[in-house]
Structures are given as structure tokens and as C-alpha cells.
Design a protein around this ligand. Structure first.
Ligand SMILES: [Fe+2]
Ligand SMILES: [Fe+2]
Length: 235
């Protein structure tokens, strides 16, 4: 299966043309398209409508997760319904299988990496922040543990390792992702992990357990030479 992956389309109300041009760059070999969150700029249903009108032209199976920008207008249930209504699978802790390949996806959350990982200690606000990070990794754990397929693809918005965030300001790292996400993948096994969110990060890295991780944030892919809008990976 050839997977074309991208993230951080940040579709706004006036972006129909821009999105259309980007999708013209979709590799023709792609069997499936993965969208790693920040589908919209402000999480407005009108923005999602613009994006969906372009996604429907592709006639490809599409799997997505939402990103932090998609949460901005408190319209997540509406956005999810819009995606489902047109047959776009949006993962949030439920496993999905297609053509013998298992998919697990969550948005993920911040919290930091390795020794810099925030722990649930002290003020209730810190505990609640860390709790959200743990909840996301538990959701991922739940979906990965239900998959029986040998080939398993993980789709996230936030980064699971610091290596693919390198290029972003160091001060931002705690807000770019969480090691809890990669720990789960190492424990339950995954073939490949895709994520976005770190627009100025690095293209690829590996978890401590050796799973390949691809940062497919579209601004990052477009900044390469030659520029690409999608990462094509065979699983
Ligand atoms: Fe983004
Ligand atoms: Fe983001």
C-alpha cells in the first residue's frame, strides 16, 4: 500500500485555490491519503467546507486526525460529523483496518520529551495538563492494542519524538509533542508514524525502539528542494 501523508493544511475561507493546487501535487501512486491534523485554520465549519470540497475531488480513501487549530472554535463535533458524512475516516482512539493494514490515530498533546517531560505534580492546573497528555496516549494505546494486523500505521498531530521537532525554537519543544506517544508505539508496535504540528521541524527520525517517524507538516515539506506537498511511503 502506498500512503501519501500530509498535515497542517490550515484551510481558511479563501484557500480553495491554494488547496486545489496542493492536491494537484498528490503522487499518482497513492492508494490512500493521510491528513495529520490542523485541517483548518480556526476550526470553523465554513473552513472545513472549503477543504472537504477539494478532498472530494480526489476520489481516494482518506484518514485524518484533528489538530489543535481544529479545536479553536469549539466546533469539533460539527467538524467530525462533516468529515464522516463524506466518508472521511477521522481517528480518535478507534482502530481502523483497510486492505489488511491497521491504522491507529489520535491528535496527541503537548507535555515534552524525555527528561523534559512534564509530570503530574503540584498544582491542579499542571496535573490537568499532564492528565490530558496521558489521556491521549491511553487512547492511542487502546487502538493499537486492538489491531491484529502486522502492518500498523500511526497518525498523530503532535510530535512523538523531539528529533522531528529539531529546527523549531528549543523553548517551544514542550508544546510540540510528547514522548508518551512514542512510548506507546514502542510498547505495542507500529510500522511507521506520521505527524504534523512542527512546521519548522525535521523530516524524519526514529523512536527509541526504532520505528520510523515522518513529520509531514506541509509547510516543512514545501520548504524542501524540490518542494513536495506529500510524503509517499510504502507499507
Ligand atoms: Fe499547524
Ligand atoms: Fe498544530
Amino acid at each position: 500500500m502506498y500512503i501519501a501523508a500530509t498535515a497542517d493544511l490550515h484551510c481558511g475561507l479563501n484557500d480553495r485555490e491554494r488547496i486545489r493546487e496542493r492536491f494537484n501535487l498528490l503522487p499518482p501512486q497513492a492508494d490512500i491519503l493521510l491528513l495529520g491534523g490542523d485541517l483548518t485554520n480556526y476550526g470553523r465549519p465554513e473552513e472545513m467546507e472549503v477543504l472537504i470540497s477539494q478532498l472530494l475531488r480526489l476520489r481516494l480513501p482518506i484518514i485524518s486526525v484533528l489538530g489543535n487549530h481544529d479545536y479553536e472554535s469549539n466546533q469539533v463535533p460539527v467538524l467530525l460529523r462533516m468529515l464522516r458524512e463524506v466518508g472521511i475516516t477521522t481517528l480518535d482512539g478507534e482502530p481502523y483496518v483497510r486492505d489488511g493494514v491497521g491504522f491507529a490515530g489520535v491528535k496527541g498533546f503537548c507535555g515534552g520529551f524525555g527528561r523534559g517531560e512534564l509530570t503530574a505534580f503540584g498544582e491542579p492546573e499542571i496535573k490537568s495538563f499532564v492528565h490530558t497528555s496521558m489521556e491521549e496516549s491511553l487512547l492511542l494505546e487502546r487502538s493499537l492494542s486492538q489491531l491484529r494486523e502486522e502492518r500498523r500505521v500511526v497518525l498523530l498531530h503532535y510530535a512523538p519524538i523531539p528529533e522531528t521537532a529539531v529546527g523549531e525554537a528549543r523553548e517551544l519543544f514542550p508544546f510540540l509533542g510528547s514522548s508518551r506517544l512514542s512510548d506507546v508505539c514502542d510498547r505495542f508496535g507500529a510500522t511507521v508514524i506520521f505527524h504534523g504540528h512542527a512546521h519548522h521541524g525535521a523530516l524524519e527520525g526514529r523512536t527509541r525502539g526504532g520505528i520510523p517517524v515522518y513529520n509531514v507538516a506541509q509547510p516543512l515539506l514545501l520548504s524542501q528542494s524540490p518542494p513536495a506537498a506529500f510524503r509517499l511511503i510504502e507499507v
